[in-house]
Design a binder for this molecule. Structure first.
Ligand SMILES: [Zn+2]
Length: 218
């Protein structure tokens, strides 16, 4: 049997397909982007380890060529863990996940249907923040969901589990992170109000928003 492997090229192909599967709510299994086997052999799974911060593990793999990609990151709020998982059996290598691939695909397909319907134009999950003169740099490891980016000067909504929604002004874009993530400078907000796992959302005009952004009064 082939051994599990994940060079940079395979990693990028698997993660790109995972991004697409999330973005477009695609059902699994899909065709493997590495070996292009003639039957669908690509699987993926998220597992939340910390329900409060939404930190967890991300796996994408192929049953046929045994290429794998594993990351830690923030898991989307619509996702729930597969209840039949033994957490202590999870490792970087998806040997255990592969034994559950059929059930995990069914679970994935149920979960992606729970994804909230988009009413945002721009939505990004914050991985980390840094203090900077003039504001707080918010770093997101994943590319933004949505079609447009807020213009510099836009008021964005910062939404974190269990906290009142705050608003902030997007002052500048800092950089792109390997073509996937994004970092930007926010002002008018405290760093403590942008915990890891917060969403930064922009809905121009506030249509469809339960809590339209308001300018923070200092
Ligand atoms: Zn493959």
């Amino acid at each position: 049997m082939k051994t599990w492997h994940g060079d940079e090229d395979a990693f990028n192909k698997l993660i790109d397909l995972l991004d697409k599967a999330v973005d477009r709510s695609l059902a699994l299994p899909l065709a493997c982007p590495v070996c292009h086997a003639d039957r669908p052999t690509f699987h993926a799974y998220f597992h939340v380890f910390s329900p409060h911060s939404r930190r967890g593990g991300i796996w994408a793999w192929c049953s046929n060529c045994r290429s794998l990609a594993h990351l830690s990151g923030n898991i989307p709020e619509w996702w729930s863990n597969y209840p039949g998982i033994s957490t202590h059996k999870l490792t970087r290598v998806p040997e255990y996940l592969e034994t559950l691939a059929t059930q995990l695909d069914v679970h994935w397909n149920e979960q992606v249907l729970k994804k909230p319907k988009r009413d945002w134009i721009f939505r990004v999950f914050v991985d980390a923040t840094q203090e900077r003169p003039g504001g707080i740099v918010a770093v997101a490891g994943a590319r933004p969901e949505g079609e447009k980016r807020p213009p510099v000067g836009a008021i964005v909504s910062v939404e974190a589990a269990g906290r009142p929604h705050r608003s902030a002004v997007l002052v500048a874009y800092e950089r792109e992170l390997r073509g996937r993530g994004i970092a930007f400078l926010l002002s008018g907000i405290d760093r403590a109000d942008i915990p890891s796992g917060a969403y930064v959302i922009w809905k121009p005009g506030g249509h469809g928003s339960a809590t339209p952004p308001e300018v923070a009064s200092e």
